[in-house]
Design a binder for this molecule. Structure first.
Ligand SMILES: Cc1cc2nc3c(=O)[nH]c(=O)nc-3n(C[C@H](O)[C@H](O)[C@H](O)COP(=O)(O)OP(=O)(O)OC[C@H]3O[C@@H](n4cnc5c(N)ncnc54)[C@H](O)[C@@H]3O)c2cc1C
Length: 550
């Protein structure tokens, strides 16, 4: 750090999954981003384990899905099942198979299954990808202290925590991907609204060498342990005997000493076992969303603007998707083709997805191991047998939702967005588990495998993609309109009636993030379509003006 003034297109505060994803989107488009991270390295938080099918699609687009799978610690064929049992070595109550659609098999609905992998490994892969992008700079041990903005720029005041040197970074935009205690949120005066810390939980990372040699008989990614001593959730985290172990703290308790931890782990495991405590972390269950995600040139993304219980594995994945959405939109503005409503659409689109997902996570958090406890559960008797049957039914009724999430993960849609052209048709049914692929504008473009074995998505461009499914449909007018507005557009011709039926129209315009922006069969008003999708239509400009004057 020079102690002077540096220049960038975008300053990103925070090199967690959100900040790194945003940096990749910008770097892939050769835009200059500086990521400042107060920690000395990425991956200090052993939190998320679920990288869902949608995030894996992004990693595939960035060329690192296979890299992540190669470094993920559990074997390729490890089942992503969730076992419910009285103790780790106790009685099995029931099993939910293929949680988070993690089975490594080809599915027509998506190109990449979910992956069970620690957050620190995901961050390492994203950071390595960032390192390959010459226009992005990662500054570790560097803290954002303050920021101010004018009509044309943002100035970030940062400090190197190693040598104490300060620096100003002048940029066009600044994004706070700086987590739950966001300094950027404070700077722009945004407030989290909702329910704060409605329960305290304890997340432990343990080394349990014995489980390497003698694991439970049924392999699973999570074991929900339902017993009166220590209701808990635990699961393998890495291939060196590392496990996570989570419990809810009793009211009034804020921490646990090592001896209590040991006793609780042994009770949950159901046998004497040696443990090494590697890390512990108290986390609060919140249900919070920022009242605003933006002040002019400064934005919030990831945990900085939404917080919810981690049940369902949504937080990191939402942050990655925020980084993607904001990334292509900021790029459009910096490249000069984005209209005034494009950045407005960031908050409109993402807020609706955040609200829906937070509601899911809160619903999942309602039933934890302790709530599933019943009398006689561990008893070798008819009564015990009956109790186990009854609780198995209860588990399947209340917990399936947490692990069968494709309707949320791939089915989230942007129906109210000002940059989507509605075609008057009905959107597909919205259900947490049942994902119905649809090219209804605002939905994720339906996936398909092509005869050569490639994914349809592999053919989409970094900009918009116009797909023509039959020879009568010509995208020529749209291509010309896009060129007039300098909008990057790839044209694909797939003469395939099955695909046409799947997409419901001969011409479909797909955004850089794989969402359908428009579909139809004629292009009389190609300029108006392009104006709307790039945020420069009349309606969009009016929205922007109203927002600015409010
Ligand atoms: C127990 C637990 C389990 C979870 N499991 C899952 C899961 O399975 N799947 C899932 O999707 N999510 C899960 N989550 C949630 C997930 O961990 C978070 O949602 C995710 O880390 C958010 O990413 P982020 O990049 O927005 O923020 P963070 O990961 O918090 O990153 C923010 C970064 O900003 C840096 N920073 C902060 N302030 C400054 C500053 N002033 N200057 C410079 N740098 C700064 C921080 O050091 C940090 O590195 C879990 C969370 C918990 C607690």
């Amino acid at each position: 750090m020079s102690g002077g003034v540096a220049e960038a297109d975008v300053v990103i505060v925070g090199a967690g999954p959100t900040g790194l994803s945003l940096a990749i989107e910008l770097g892939l488009r050769d835009l200059r981003a500086v990521v400042v991270e107060q920690n000395a390295r990425t991956g200090s938080q052993p939190r998320a384990k679920t990288t869902n099918a949608r995030s894996m699609q992004h990693l595939r687009r960035w060329g690192v899905a296979d890299t992540l799978r190669a470094v993920a610690p559990l074997p390729h064929d490890y089942p992503t099942d969730v076992v419910f049992a009285t103790r780790l070595f106790g009685r099995t109550l029931t099993v939910i198979e293929n949680a988070f659609e993690g089975a490594k098999r080809r599915d027509p609905r998506f190109p990449e299954p979910g992956q069970w992998v620690p957050q620190y490994t995901v961050e390492a892969v994203l950071r390595d990808r960032v390192d390959t992008l010459p226009s992005v700079k990662l500054e570790f041990s560097t803290e954002l202290e303050d920021a101010r903005q004018s009509a044309s720029a943002v100035e970030a005041r940062v400090r190197n925590l190693t040598d104490g040197q300060g620096e100003i970074i002048r940029a066009k935009y600044l994004v706070g991907a700086d987590g739950s205690h966001s300094r950027v949120r404070e700077i722009i005066g945004a407030r989290m609204q909702g329910e704060h810390a409605y329960a305290l939980n304890y997340n432990l990372i343990l080394r349990i060498p014995e489980l390497l040699h003698e694991p439970p008989s049924r392999r699973a990614i999570m074991y929900w342990l339902i017993n009166e001593d220590t209701p808990a959730v635990m699961g393998p985290m890495d291939n060196d005997g590392r496990w996570f172990f989570g419990i809810t703290l009793p009211p009034g308790v804020k921490d646990l000493d090592d001896e209590t931890i040991r006793r609780r782990v042994i009770a949950a495991v159901g046998r004497e076992i040696e443990i090494e405590i590697l890390a512990h972390d108290v986390w609060a269950a919140h249900r919070l969303i920022a009242n605003s995600y933006r002040d002019r040139r400064v934005f919030l993304a990831g945990d900085a603007c939404h917080l919810h219980p981690p049940f369902g594995g949504y937080g990191m994945n939402l942050g990655i998707a925020d980084g993607v959405d904001l990334g292509w939109k900021l790029a459009a503005m910096l490249q000069g083709w984005g209209g005034p409503a494009l950045l407005v659409s960031y908050e409109q689109e993402r807020r609706s997805v955040h609200q829906r997902t937070i509601a899911e996570a809160v619903e999942n958090y309602r039933t934890l191991s302790a709530q599933l406890l019943r009398d006689n559960l561990d008893e070798e008797s008819e009564k015990g047998e009956q109790a186990r049957h009854a609780v198995a039914d209860e588990i399947l009724r209340t917990k399936t939702r947490e692990f069968k999430t494709l309707g949320v993960v791939l089915g989230s849609r942007y129906l109210e967005s000002p940059i989507i052209v509605d075609d008057g048709s009905s959107p597909p049914h919205d259900h947490y588990a049942n994902f119905e692929p649809s090219a209804h504008p605002g939905c994720l473009a339906p996936h398909a495998w092509l005869p050569d074995g490639s994914s349809l998505y592999d053919h989409f461009g970094h900009g918009y993609t116009l797909v023509a499914f039959d020879e009568l449909a010509s995208g020529e007018q749209l291509a010309q309109a896009a060129e007039r507005a300098s909008v990057p557009l790839t044209i694909l011709n797939f003469r395939d009636q099955e695909l046409r039926a799947l997409y419901g129209a001969p011409l479909v315009l797909i955004r850089p993030d794989q969402y359908v922006a428009w579909r139809g069969d004629h292009l009389e008003d190609a300029d108006a379509i392009v104006a709307t999708v790039r945020g420069a239509g009349d309606r969009e400009a009016a929205v922007e003006t109203k927002e600015r004057t409010a």
